[in-house]
Design a protein around this ligand. Structure first.
Ligand code: IPM
Ligand code: MG
Length: 352
């Protein structure tokens, strides 16, 4: 099995190093090759997604990514910015299905800003479409009108087949869970999502056992905070999923806990924490590596079909938490506060 390691920027290299530690401890037959992406790609090759990095990713069975972005690149032309490298690799590899589970570990019930009774037992799977929507639609850009005023344009668009294939992922996953899908849209205002809703309803005919519900995105944002346990699988478009998954992450105590998988039609995948590159804390050994380590578990499960090792990694994370180890973002009373690298070591020790 071939794995491409793309640490990226900010805390990316530190958290990825911990995930690699865990992978190495499993002693699997996986060859790993590292390459730059994001700001690191720009520094190395003048491109946030260097050709060699894209080739490596295409040639690998899976990609493990840290995070991209740093304020120091904000002044670059848009096509050279780190985020563009991430969006391009998602598109080039056709990783249309983004799985973002929000699971509350009982040990962290007090780390959430919400009351423990609201979040305890939370197990929600957000499925975000990742290669369409306003992120990729044309026309787009900033232009100057005849009167000299500037105008910005982005285009929200989805075709039927794009909606159907992400819907199918959601229904299939729901069949292995509690058989409930909530499709999130803004069908009262946006035609794109009116079509989204119609296609989800059509598709649901093929899944009689799954209960399909619909929710407007503004209400969904509220319900996630009010009563998050009402959800099992939530499926939504690219931009709504971007926003709602950040919101859902805080239910689990910290965005530093949320892994993600981005899959193509054949379960080739890119695995990355749901959080960003956090340049403000980079290089200080205080970042939380658990989202990246949990992304490795998702990789073992979804791409390598290795449920046994996926569970070992998840259990090792649980053990480290139960032993009281906490990074700065999830500190609770009486815990053992550790840095990024020591948290990686605690997970490895728990594996053994
Ligand atoms: C995410 C991030 C990215 C996105 C950014 C960095 C481009 O926020 O993965 O959620 O918007 O998709
Ligand atoms: Mg985001």
């Amino acid at each position: 099995m071939k794995l491409a390691i793309l640490p990226g920027d900010g805390i990316g290299p530190e958290i990825v190093a911990q995930a690699v530690k865990v992978l190495n401890a499993l002693k699997l037959n996986i060859s790993m090759t590292e390459a730059p992406i994001g700001g690191a790609g720009y520094e190395a090759a003048g491109d946030p997604l260097p050709d060699a990095t894209l080739e490596l990713a295409k040639d690998s069975d899976a990609v493990l990514l840290g995070a991209v972005g740093d304020w120091k690149y904000d002044k670059l032309e848009r096509h050279l910015r780190p985020e563009r490298g991430l969006l391009r690799i998602r598109k080039e590899l056709n990783l249309f299905a983004n799985l973002r589970p929000a699971l509350l570990y009982p040990e962290l019930a007090n780390a959430s800003t919400l009351k423990p009774e609201v979040v305890s037992g939370l197990d929600l799977m957000i499925i975000r479409e990742l290669t369409g929507d306003i992120y990729f639609g044309h026309p787009r850009g900033i232009s100057t009108l005849g009167n000299g005023e500037r105008e910005g344009i982005n285009t929200m668009r989805y075709n039927e087949s794009e909606i159907r294939r992400i819907g199918r992922v959601a229904f299939d996953i729901a069949m292995k869970r509690n058989k409930k899908v909530c499709s999130v849209d803004k069908a009262n205002v946006l035609e794109t999502t009116e079509l989204w809703r119609q296609v989800m309803i059509e598709l649901s005919a093929e899944y009689p056992e799954v209960e399909l519900s619909h929710m407007y995105v503004d209400n969904a944002a509220m319900q996630l905070i009010r009563a998050p346990k009402q959800f099992d699988v939530m499926v939504t478009g690219n931009i709504f999923g971007d926003i709602l998954s950040d919101e859902a992450s805080m239910l689990t105590g910290s965005i530093g806990m949320l892994p993600s998988a981005s899959l193509d039609a054949n379960n080739k995948g890119m695995y990355e924490p749901s959080h960003g590159s956090a340049p403000d804390i980079a290089g200080k050994d205080i970042a939380n590596p658990l989202a990246t380590i949990l992304s490795v578990a998702m990789m073992l499960r979804h791409t390598f079909n290795d449920e046994v090792n996926a569970l070992s990694v998840e259990n090792a994370v649980k053990t480290a938490l139960a032993q009281g180890y906490r990074t700065a973002d999830i500190v609770t009373d009486g815990c053992k506060k550790v840095g990024c690298s020591a948290m990686g070591d605690a997970v490895v020790a728990a594996l053994n």
